[in-house]
Design a protein around this ligand. Structure first.
Ligand code: MSP
Length: 647
């Protein structure tokens, strides 16, 4: 047992939040609940990042003061977390005085010790990302993160000496392999930002006013990222309350900052350097997860393709949504959101596997034992096998959760549930009943009920309503998770002689045909890994130049590459394609090692419909020649701009 401090990014209240934001927060919530059930001293922080030029502009457009503008959206965000039963211990708003005053003290200290100095900034700024860029970092003259135009700014500014700490940061990253995860993101930080060299960072602005004033120079407001990143310590009381017994002493350093991939840079370069300058320990881990995308692109209000979690919860129920978010996408990779996939998860995993297991088991307890669960007799080989699997499932869940493989942790629990369904078929209680074999029947019925109880205990960190509904139907009056996850998931705790209370099905099946009238779509073609060369049986059909022109081939640079666990042919590539970054799954693992690919330029089919390979989103396909023995990537013969067309 230890302590566990987990944070989400603090969200911009520039609009109501969508399912992508809910995704990060639900993951953080599952981790917090899991660690609480292990007996850890947990602190779970979330909040809102309310200052900056973007919010000021959005408020102006809405004809409101920035404060009134954010207050309204923050209320909606808090209501959303309540709806999703997020168990955060605190919610910090950067406009609260407890935060603003502490940020001023941090700024003052960095200035007093010479880490912040005054100069003039002339350069580029992306307002939607609130990020400064150098000319050489732009892609096609646009922001490399969001692809939108940048603005030229020239103003007196305070600067933070990032460059002074660059070597120390590099040494820290190298000495602590878990600091930046997944490893592809770590490589990206080293290759794209640290190796080319860090410039000092502009940390104040004078051309707008919606921010925390620099304490000794009121015409400046503090740069919104310095303001925002500090929330992770101001919320704990730093620098005012740091004595033994304070939240800060109890929880800092953070065990985990969960962040989306586009803000890993702020959390693994700027934030650690601020902490080094303040002489504070660094967070143990920053995990950069992928995005939930829609139709191949990021969700955004401006594209009009956001999915509202409130609507989904109303339509399908809270646990169905939580389950989908936690189970569907391997945490770390990008994933495609689709309502059809959500319904499939509900129908197969929740309604069929889990719901049916409970329903059929309780029906049999009612039919064969008058609704009272008998005491088990001697366990036979079938029970022994199931018990062994049940006892191993906790271990599997723990292994996966330690590595933030949330989806795999749930898969392990559902493997047990699947096994339990199979056990019923094998043990055939209906035959035992017919034969009048009461002792064996008692053992089987008890085993069925106990494996359900145990599975529900294991599901408790992830689902917030279902475990309690299951315990109630099992007739349990005391909460089996009260003793924690480890004690609660030990075999044999279901009190024999209990009367069950069969209720409504946990998850009614959903008729997707009916639900989907509006959105009948053919499934996406799956990009195939290169196949062995076989001469075509017939002459290939000729196509016109117009038909060929439909295929958009583009040059891209591989930013990161890694193996996909459990798929020995596949690599997951992160590539830069013009203004955007994409994830591509390619069947080339037998021919190329991941490290050989990083930095290489390749050719990709850019307008292929996104598809999933082994659950991992692929947003395109790479070109390679295949002669049956060897495989060779198609590469431009000289370096080209990323995104260049191939014709
Ligand atoms: N305010 C900054 C974070 C400051 S932390 C000190 C910010 N806010 S944000 O509202 O734009 O994004 C917050 C988080 O939501 C980011 O981690 C981002 O990656 C995540 N997501 C936004 N859209 C998302 C998806 N479509 N899918 C998954 N996560 C998404 O950045």
């Amino acid at each position: 047992m230890g302590k566990y401090y987990v944070t989400t990014p603090i969200y911009y209240p520039s609009d109501n939040l969508h399912i992508g934001h809910a995704y990060t927060t639900v993951v953080a919530d599952a981790l917090a609940r899991y660690h609480r059930l292990l007996g850890d001293d947990v602190y779970f922080l979330t909040g809102t990042d309310e200052h900056g030029q973007k919010i000021q502009r959005r408020a102006e457009e809405a004809g409101k003061t920035p404060q009134a503008f954010v207050d309204e959206i923050v209320d909606n965000i808090k209501a959303l977390w309540k709806l999703l039963e997020i168990s955060n211990d605190d919610f910090i708003r950067t406009t609260e005085s407890r935060h603003a005053e502490r940020v001023q003290k941090i700024f003052q200290r960095l200035y007093d010790q010479g880490d912040i100095y005054k100069s003039e900034y002339e350069g580029l700024y992306c307002t939607p990302c609130e990020a400064f860029w150098l000319e050489r970092q732009l892609v096609d003259g646009k922001c490399p993160d969001c692809g939108r135009p940048v603005e030229k700014v020239r103003e007196e500014s305070y600067f933070f000496r990032l460059s002074k700490y660059a070597d120390r940061l590099m040494a820290h990253i190298e000495a602590n392999p878990d600091f930046i995860q997944p490893v592809s993101r770590k490589n990206e930080m080293i290759n794209n930002f640290l190796r080319p060299g860090l410039e000092d960072l502009c940390v104040s602005r004078t051309t707008f006013s919606w921010g925390i004033p620099v304490p000794f120079d009121q015409k400046h407001v503090i740069y919104v990222w310095l303001d925002a990143l500090s929330n992770y310590i101001t919320a704990l009381g730093y620098p005012d309350e740091t004595d033994a017994g304070s939240l800060f002493a109890r929880f800092w350093p953070a065990d985990l900052h969960l962040v989306g991939k586009e803000i890993v840079r702020f959390h693994t370069i700027i934030w650690p350097i601020i902490l080094m300058a303040l002489d504070l320990p660094l967070p143990k881990q920053v995990f950069g997860h992928g995005w939930l995308v829609l139709d191949g692109g990021k969700m955004s209000k401006s594209k009009g393709n956001v999915i509202d979690p409130v609507v989904l919860v109303e339509k399908y129920g809270l646990d169905a949504i939580r389950y989908y978010l936690l189970r569907e996408v391997p945490f770390g990779a990008d994933g495609v959101y689709s309502e059809e996939a959500l319904v499939l998860r509900i129908n197969t995993d929740l309604a069929n596997d889990l719901g049916n297991l409970l329903h059929r088991s309780l029906s049999m307890v009612e039919k064969f034992a008058g609704g009272v669960v008998p005491a088990p007799g001697t366990y036979g080989p079938l029970e022994e096998a199931l018990m062994t699997e049940a006892n191993h499932t906790l271990e599997k869940v723990q292994n996966h959760m330690d590595k933030l493989e949330i989806s795999d942790a749930l898969a392990a629990i559902f493997a047990l549930i699947g096994r339990a369904n199979k056990y019923i078929d094998e043990a055939a209680p209906w035959s035992l009943n017919k034969q009048g074999n009461r002792e064996r029947l008692g053992t089987v019925l008890y085993t069925m009920v106990e494996v359900i109880r145990l599975s529900a205990v294991l599901l408790t960190p992830f689902l917030v309503e279902t475990p309690a509904r299951i315990f109630a139907q099992l007739g349990l009056d005391t909460d089996p998770t009260a003793q924690g996850l480890v004690a609660g998931s030990k075999w044999g705790q279901y009190p024999a002689g209990t009367k069950v209370r069969k209720g409504e099905p946990l998850f009614p099946r959903i008729d997707w045909e009916k639900e989907s009238c509006a959105e009948k779509e053919k499934p996406a073609p799956v990009p195939q890994p290169p196949q062995k060369a076989t001469p075509p049986a017939v002459e290939p059909e000729q196509i016109t130049i117009e038909e060929f022109a439909k295929i958009h081939l583009r040059v891209a640079t591989v930013l990161a590459a890694e193996k996909i666990e459990g798929a020995d042919k596949l690599l997951r590539l992160q590539v830069r394609l013009g203004n955007e970054e994409r994830q591509i799954v390619a069947g080339i693992a037998r021919y190329y090692r991941p490290e050989e690919l990083v930095g290489k330029q390749i050719v990709v089919v850019a307008n292929l419909k996104p598809a999933k390979l082994r659950g991992v989103l692929s947003q395109g396909m790479i070109l390679a020649a295949d002669d049956g023995d060897k495989l060779a990537l198609v590469v431009p013969e000289k370096t080209m701009a990323d995104g260049a067309e191939v014709r």
